[in-house]
Design a protein around this ligand. Structure first.
Ligand SMILES: Cc1cc2nc3c(=O)[nH]c(=O)nc-3n(C[C@H](O)[C@H](O)[C@H](O)COP(=O)(O)OP(=O)(O)OC[C@H]3O[C@@H](n4cnc5c(N)ncnc54)[C@H](O)[C@@H]3O)c2cc1C
Length: 512
């Protein structure tokens, strides 16, 4: 197989077009080029006057090629086959990406799997989220955090990850088979969008069912069944007892009650750093103009990533989880606590773009107590709820007013479904106010236009990752509780959809 790198000013979507470009570049007939597949595709917008696409394409050729190409051997995908799981009965708590992929691998290898998910199946969950958006009545068990598909289902479905794992291709393939766009395989910043993701999740559920998995929705894990040597023998849920060989705990970062249950049962945990701050929203047109120097229908809605590092303090303020053409959503799972996040549809065609602006916090800040980080999150979420008027309206300020510590007299309309209310939101983050101010000034230097009346900061974004790690050993089990496999984002071993899914796939290797 050959590989060729090239730049092109057009967004090539058709394989025929790609074949013609390669044929022209190598001066060979296009009929000699076979089995074309894009390995990488990214937009290079460093020179605004010469924005182009980079392509790395693999192909076969009936002629022997010597120049302008590299010979490549297709990457070996690791085998997902594991022997010795046939007679195992495994309970998986949580049906987010981690639980789904752990279960998929277990079931493919013949294990008997039972999924326990506190939230509803996707069809009902969509209705529950809609009810919240229209009536401000939150269902604490079925919402943007809880339910089939996990926390990322009502998101942008970004699949970017800084980690490299041979399991990525398996995760992407399964998403594609379940209905995600083919391009996620090669785009540098792939995303699925909440609309397509909802279909993907339903198809993954059907695949699990076809493999004999039992799935129980609206059922909450409430306790471990432990013997006197701290071996897990099963679990107690909100409706029954289930005995099993192993429990995979994939409950995500919002299941605060679950952390408390585990703590009471003596499961070892430790504090972990996390980040929190605001959601920033800009008109998408403005982002495109800043990043591309123009607005163009042929270019995808632009993204950005900004970072301001405070070396002497060992912390950073950075943008995170950008949703081009998306909306800001209330990602609440407890009444009276306001937490924001972002969501986009596949087309990313909304009027605004949003991104978290967060500060990294380490456990020294809260005296390293296990629940200190969680308490801090709760305090900020409660303060934000109260500041917004106790009805999930988001307290907000323009970046211009934030810098000058002035309450905004009027705010433009935001994408957030419950609206915004002027509030001095720096008061919610008193200790870190100056870091945020300096960072925003720095961001404006890097992306002129960030400090403006049409750029809003909404409070608050607290759940970027978990502030607690449920520590596991080399054998994948909790360090002091046998047969318990803490996994994914909630256990502190992953961050985001892809790494959580990969963590789920990998933990299965430990179960034999
Ligand atoms: C609005 C939003 C947007 C996001 N956008 C992105 C993005 O674009 N890209 C990205 O990579 N990441 C994104 N994330 C983060 C991403 O969703 C998480 O990193 C990922 O879902 C973690 O996977 P997980 O399986 O470990 O946990 P989760 O997805 O949180 O799943 C945990 C599941 O466990 C269930 N559960 C919890 N407690 C119990 C219990 N006691 N009993 C039974 N079930 C229980 C929950 O209901 C939930 O379904 C976003 C998150 C949110 C909230």
């Amino acid at each position: 197989m050959y590989s060729i790198d090239f730049f092109h000013n057009k967004n090539l979507t058709d394989s025929k077009e790609i074949v013609n470009v390669i044929a022209k570049k190598l001066n060979i007939p296009s009929s000699t080029i076979k089995n074309v597949s894009i390995e990488k595709k990214s937009l290079d917008a460093r020179k605004k006057k010469d924005i182009k696409w980079f392509y790395r394409v693999n192909f076969e050729c009936t002629k022997t090629l010597k120049r302008g190409v590299k010979r490549v051997i297709p990457e070996k995908v690791p085998s997902l086959i594991i022997k010795g799981l046939q007679n195992k009965k495994v309970v998986i708590v949580g049906m987010g990406p981690c639980g789904i992929f752990a279960c998929l691998r277990l079931a493919m290898n013949g294990a008997k799997c039972i999924i326990i998910e506190r939230g509803s199946k996707i069809e009902e969950r969509i209705r529950d989220v809609k009810t919240f958006f229209t009536t401000r009545t939150l269902n604490e068990e079925s919402n943007i955090q809880f339910g089939e598909g996990g926390a990322g289902t009502f998101s942008d479905g970004k699949l970017t990850t800084r980690t490299k794992s041979p399991y990525h291709s398996f995760v992407f393939d399964e998403f594609i088979k379940a209905g995600a766009p083919e391009e996620i395989r090669y785009l540098s910043n792939p995303h699925i969008g909440t609309d397509k993701l909802r279909v993907v999740i339903k198809n993954l559920r059907n695949k699990l069912l076809s493999l004999g998995v039992e799935i129980y929705f609206n059922e909450r894990f409430e306790k471990l069944i432990l013997d006197k040597d701290r071996n897990v023998r099963g679990i107690i849920t909100s409706t029954r007892e289930i005995f099993c060989d192993s429990v995979i705990l994939a409950t995500g970062y919002s299941a605060r009650d679950t952390y408390e249950i585990l703590y009471e049962q003596g499961v070892f945990m430790e504090p972990k750093g996390f980040a929190m701050g605001f959601r920033m929203e800009l008109p998408q047109k403005k982002i495109d103009e800043i990043q591309y120097g123009k607005v163009s229908k042929s270019l995808p809605p632009a993204e950005f990533f900004l970072n301001c590092h405070f070396k002497d303090k060992g912390l950073s303020v950075y943008t995170f989880c950008m949703c081009p053409g998306g909306i800001i959503v209330p990602a609440c799972s407890k009444k009276g606590f306001l937490v924001l996040n972002g969501m986009s549809y596949y087309k990313r065609s909304g009027f605004f773009g949003n991104s978290a602006v967060v500060i990294s916090l380490n456990p020294e800040i809260w005296g390293k107590s296990i629940f200190g980080g969680l308490e801090l999150q709760k305090k900020v979420e409660l303060d934000s709820f109260v500041a917004g008027g106790r009805d999930y309206t988001a307290p907000a300020v323009t970046t211009k007013d934030f810098i000058e510590e002035r309450v905004s007299t009027s705010l433009r309309k935001a994408s957030y479904p419950f609206g915004v209310k002027p509030f001095p939101i720096w008061e919610i983050f008193k200790e870190w106010k100056d870091f945020f101010k300096k960072a925003i000034i720095d961001f404006d230097r890097k992306m002129k236009g960030i400090i403006s009346e049409d750029v809003l900061l909404l409070a608050s974004e607290t759940r970027t990752s978990t502030p607690i790690r449920i520590k596991r050993g080399e054998d994948g089990m909790s360090v002091n509780t046998k047969n318990l496999y803490p996994c994914g984002e909630g256990a502190g071993y992953a961050g985001g959809i892809v790494t959580s899914a990969v963590d789920g796939l990998k933990i299965v290797e430990k179960i034999i």
